[in-house]
Design a protein around this ligand. Structure first.
Ligand code: SF4
Length: 308
């Protein structure tokens, strides 16, 4: 299979600085179907790893994208679960040979119980795994995982990965109001996190339009209470830094579509990520909406643009 673009961004983020995103599985290919997913419903729920795209095309695009830019991280994330691509280990190692830029993998942790997947990630500098549930019932409600997945295996996979991996692990917990935020469940999660021993824990909540309308965010004060429960090393994930990119050059329409492909974005996100002036951006957005390339969606009073 060949796709037009495997690279999106660079996107500024508080955690990773200016990050170039790499999307190496077909859109909505995942082992989970999270109710909060900002890419919409999973259309291919699988645990089978495949070489989805030609490696040489992915590497060539990264090479082009980093040229002349001060990228702080190359991040495997995107529109599905990146460890489902069985070339991910080779890709990380090839990127390591070519660039000194640190590499990060954002994963839903479900395949970390597989020894080969753990080995594939050893060469990257940072792994951001997620764990939203500490029991099977909550896992079914929030993550709607593949029927062969068991939460206890996922937690065991994370613990084993921690034992052998030399890089940093920033564990992310996505909290959804009324779904995985009960005290009883949070205490179980805290126990699992203590066993996994990540370098940091990031608490997150639903801030972009989710796959299911019922996925609601927690308030900031709820998150602060939970942060206290988890103790030192636990942070609340903030919105992207207010750092502007240099002035945009190139095809703005194409760049905005690529950015919206990675996640729903606000006008401010686009301005900050791409450095397009607000006036010019209005015209670009109008044109893309009329051409049915992107569409406007509202979530909790905020306006987002996502792929049509
Ligand atoms: S949020 Fe991530 S793990 Fe969950 S369904 Fe979407 S892509 Fe998969």
């Amino acid at each position: 299979m060949i796709r037009k673009s495997y690279v999106y961004g660079p996107v500024p983020s508080r955690r990773l600085g200016l990050s170039l995103g790499l999307s190496i599985v077909p859109r909505n290919t995942c082992s989970l179907d999270c109710i909060y997913c900002q890419c919409g419903r999973t259309t291919r729920k699988t645990l089978s790893r495949k070489a989805f795209f030609p490696m040489k095309d992915i590497l060539a695009q990264v090479e082009d994208a980093v040229k002349g830019r001060r990228i702080e991280f190359i991040t495997f994330s995107g529109e599905g679960e990146p460890t489902l691509n069985k070339d991910i280990g080779k890709l990380i190692r090839r990127l390591k040979q070519k660039f000194t830029i640190p590499k990060a993998v954002i994963t839903n942790s479900t395949l970390l119980s597989v020894p080969q997947v753990r080995r594939d990630l050893y060469a990257c500098d940072l792994v951001v795994p997620s764990l939203d549930a500490a029991d099977q019932k909550t896992f079914a409600r929030v993550n709607r995982g593949h029927h062969n997945l068991k939460v206890r295996d996922i937690i065991e996979g994370l613990k084993t990965f921690r034992r052998y991996y030399k890089g940093r692990i920033w564990l992310e917990i996505m909290l959804v109001k009324g779904v995985n935020d009960s005290v009883e469940h949070l205490v179980k999660l805290r126990r699992a996190v203590a066993d996994i021993r990540p370098d940091r824990v990031h608490l997150n909540t639903v801030v972009r339009p989710p796959a299911e309308k019922k996925a609601r965010p927690l308030s900031h004060s709820d998150l602060e209470q939970i942060q206290r429960l988890f103790g030192p090393g636990c942070e609340i994930a903030e919105s992207p830094v207010r750092k502007r990119q240099r002035k945009f050059k190139g095809n703005a329409d194409k760049a905005v579509v690529e950015l919206a492909r990675s996640r729903p974005v606000t006008k401010k996100d686009i301005e900050r990520s791409l450095g397009i002036e607000p006036k010019k951006l209005d015209a670009v957005i109008g044109r893309l909406i009329r051409a049915k390339k992107i569409k406007l969606v509202e979530f909790w009073g905020k306006r987002f643009y996502e792929l049509h």
